[in-house]
Design a protein around this ligand. Structure first.
Ligand SMILES: COC[C@@H]1[C@H](c2ccc(C#Cc3ccccc3)cc2)[C@@H]2CN(C(=O)Nc3ccc(OC4CC4)cc3)C[C@@H](O)[C@@H](O)CN12
Length: 296
């Protein structure tokens, strides 16, 4: 029976079979994960396996809400830094402030921001406690790294290798259907006497396990690492160099106020989960994968 049959009126001459009301409907399909979400879960599991094979322990990242103190101040990121502005960061209205910071450590952080110490000149600005108390949605998992390193400094020193893979939030240009969030992957090695060579070595080891053996590094800047490097890998498929992450050595102005021994160094690096998932699964639109607006 078609539109034309109805328009021409020749439906009257057509032969129709009886309606079969006992016919079974299509089998009901159970719920299932969105295929692209499955891809991200698979890549996340692959990365967790890689970190574990390399002897890294997973950090506890189950707090999306963080204080500006752990997310920025503890990382020696100055309070007037643009990333700390409300159009880059989601601040919370309620509870708007935290009230459980280690006071003696806060004092040392205030000091290192204002007047330096440990061989540093500091930033020379009036550091405000109220700014550090502001609650936010963490902008990077480096906030968890700072908590873990501080905890490490409260006990007799033992070397550690930590990793994290979890959601972070950036107040980027969002629209009604997209939150600005992505999954950050971060690795760090904390030990006495580590050098940039150790960072290069661990990056080659890590990325070669992801099939990326040809790397190159470019100088970069992060407020909390010196030196810092952007990491590039030659992608045989695209026949071009792809930026695959960022890395560096945490600054003494971050490590020493925590109370870590003077000869302890921390090398660290980060990348996103969405980017490798898109490339490994040939997804050409981040929104398919995550509905996030930010360019990863
Ligand atoms: C605002 O978003 C930042 C995000 C995200 C990122 C960047 C830096 C860090 C970091 C860090 C860091 C540095 C020092 C110390 C501790 C952490 C973490 C995530 C990716 C990091 N990037 C990124 O993931 N790129 C990437 C990673 C893997 C990959 O695998 C494919 C199979 C071949 C392909 C691409 C690089 C770019 O995408 C970049 O343009 C976007 N970056």
């Amino acid at each position: 029976l078609t539109r034309e049959n109805l328009q021409r009126g020749d439906w009257k001459e057509l032969e129709f079979k009886e309606y079969n009301f006992t016919a079974k409907g299509l089998p009901i399909d159970g719920g299932h994960l969105h295929p692209l979400l499955k891809a991200r879960i698979k890549v996340r599991q692959q990365l967790k396996d890689i970190f574990r094979q390399m002897g890294f322990e997973e950090m506890p990242t189950n707090n999306f809400v963080e204080s500006s103190f752990w997310n920025f101040d503890a990382l020696f990121q100055p309070q007037q830094h643009p990333a700390r502005d409300s159009h880059d960061t989601f601040f919370l209205q309620a509870p708007s402030t935290t009230n459980e910071l280690p006071e003696d450590y806060v004092e040392r952080v205030k000091c290192v921001h204002e007047s330096g110490g440990y061989g540093s000149r500091g930033y020379g600005y009036d550091w405000k406690r109220a700014e550090a108390d502001k609650n936010l949605l963490r902008t990077h998992t480096t906030a968890v790294s700072s908590r873990m390193l501080y905890a490490l400094a409260q006990k007799p020193f033992v070397p550690k290798k930590y990793f994290s893979i979890d959601r972070v939030f950036r107040n980027e240009a969002v629209d009604r259907t997209h939150l600005a969030e992505f999954h950050q992957i971060e690795g760090l090695v904390c030990d006495r006497g580590l050098t940039l060579g150790d960072l290069l070595g661990v990056l080659h080891d890590f990325f070669s396990r992801l099939g990326m053996s040809k790397l190159k590094f470019k100088p970069a800047y992060n407020p909390y690492t010196e030196p810092s490097m952007e990491i590039f890998s030659y992608h045989e498929g695209f026949k071009k160099w792809v930026e695959v992450g960022n890395s560096g050595m945490f600054r003494p102005e971050m490590l020493l106020p925590m109370g870590l021994p003077e000869d302890v160094r921390v090398i660290a690096w980060g990348l996103s989960l969405e980017r490798p998932t898109m490339i490994l699964y040939g997804i050409d639109n981040i929104r398919d994968l995550f509905g996030s607006k930010i360019d990863l």
